[in-house]
Write a protein that binds this ligand. Structure first.
Ligand code: DP6
Length: 334
């Protein structure tokens, strides 16, 4: 019987953003994220005897040649790390728990799930111990942000002297040190637009190379990493809010001042941010927002404020589809 493994792995939402890279997918500054719970990819890999076609890839049970070729290239890139990849062909099947059109970045969940499958197969074939560090490193080579998804809770990716054992090649989990309030945080994702992004993340990263403000942005994110790490340990929610919103707006301001410039947020994005800030000022309920490389608004808040915040979303932001997610436990073998 052919060897077969199956893993699910979640998406993540960055609190300090990775935006700008060099060499082989190494980040220009450290980033910190919440691993999510509901939004995930479920991926299986079957090893078959070597055939003409290296990879057959099915998304939602439909053959997807374009993505199959991307995976083929990825496998060839990482075959130095996993030599068994040279000895087989592969049938890869994947599906997402969130709708394809939801505008949620799927590369983090997709590549972390695939990397978990590949490291698992390597362990089975070569009797190695499973290494999450190795899975994180391989996930990074597929998509940078994917390396943070192999751990549950909160992860950091990128070397900084302020966090012991942090590295550019892989992410590490931060959970033991983190205050309990952040371990059950919510992320309600307001889906404003589900169209394909007008500028891909890869193109966005590239534009940072010529952005006149990029050095300042990288410095700011180093400082924000340090300050956020302290806030996460101390349970300091007001500092968390200040840094997370600054990082989100700083990311989008980089897009607006790159050459050529581009804008991914929409008028509704700004409307929701204004409503959210007004609600926070009026009620003192500590909600805040962050943004991905797109117009959707991620509303972050502590579990103890769930009732009031969900009521606010239902009454004031009721035009949009909402995915109610929260901090999750990381990948799972199925
Ligand atoms: C704005 O990880 O999608 O979500 O490494 O080119 O695959 P590639 O980029 P990707 O970039 C994510 C950018 C971001 C911020 C973040 O997740 O840190």
């Amino acid at each position: 019987m052919n060897r077969f493994v199956k893993w699910e792995s979640p998406s993540n939402i960055a609190l300090v953003k990775y935006w700008g890279k060099h060499n082989v997918q190494l980040p220009k500054n450290p980033s910190i994220s919440f691993t999510l719970s509901i939004s995930k990819s479920i991926t299986s890999v079957e090893l078959i005897p070597k055939a003409n076609k290296k990879v057959e890839f099915y998304f939602d049970n439909i053959l997807n040649v374009e993505f199959g070729l991307r995976i083929e290239k990825y496998l060839s890139n990482i075959s130095g790390e996993l030599p068994f990849l040279n000895d087989y062909s592969f049938v890869v099947k994947s599906t997402n728990t969130f709708p394809h059109s939801a505008g949620i970045a799927s590369s983090a969940s997709a590549f972390s799930a695939l990397a978990m499958c590949l490291v698992d197969l390597d362990c089975e074939l070569n009797k190695n111990e499973f290494s999450l560090k190795k899975a994180s490193n391989l996930a990074r080579l597929g998509s940078g942000s994917a390396c943070r998804s192999v751990y549950g809770g909160i992860s950091i990716w990128g070397k900084t002297q302020d966090i012991e054992n942090s590295a550019n090649e892989y992410a590490i989990p931060l959970n033991n040190e983190i205050h309990s309030v952040f371990q059950t945080y919510h992320d309600d994702i307001i889906i404003i637009d589900s169209d394909k992004k007008s500028v891909s993340s890869s193109a966005g990263h590239k534009l940072m190379d010529t952005n006149p403000y990029s050095t300042e942005k990288y410095n700011q994110s180093y400082i924000n990493t340090k300050l956020l790490y302290t806030a996460l340990k101390d349970g300091n929610i007001s500092e968390f809010i200040r840094i997370v919103e600054l990082e989100a707006l700083s990311l989008h301001s980089m897009m607006m001042v790159s050459n050529p410039s581009f804008i991914l947020i929409k008028p509704e994005t700004i409307n929701i941010i204004n409503k959210l800030r007004e609600f926070r000022n009026d009620t003192n309920i500590p909600i805040c927002f962050t943004l991905d490389a797109g117009p959707n608004v991620h509303i972050l808040y502590p579990d103890e404020n769930k009732k009031e915040v969900q009521k606010f979303i239902m009454s004031d932001i009721n035009k949009f589809r909402v995915i109610k997610d929260c901090v999750g436990k990381g990948p799972l073998k199925l």
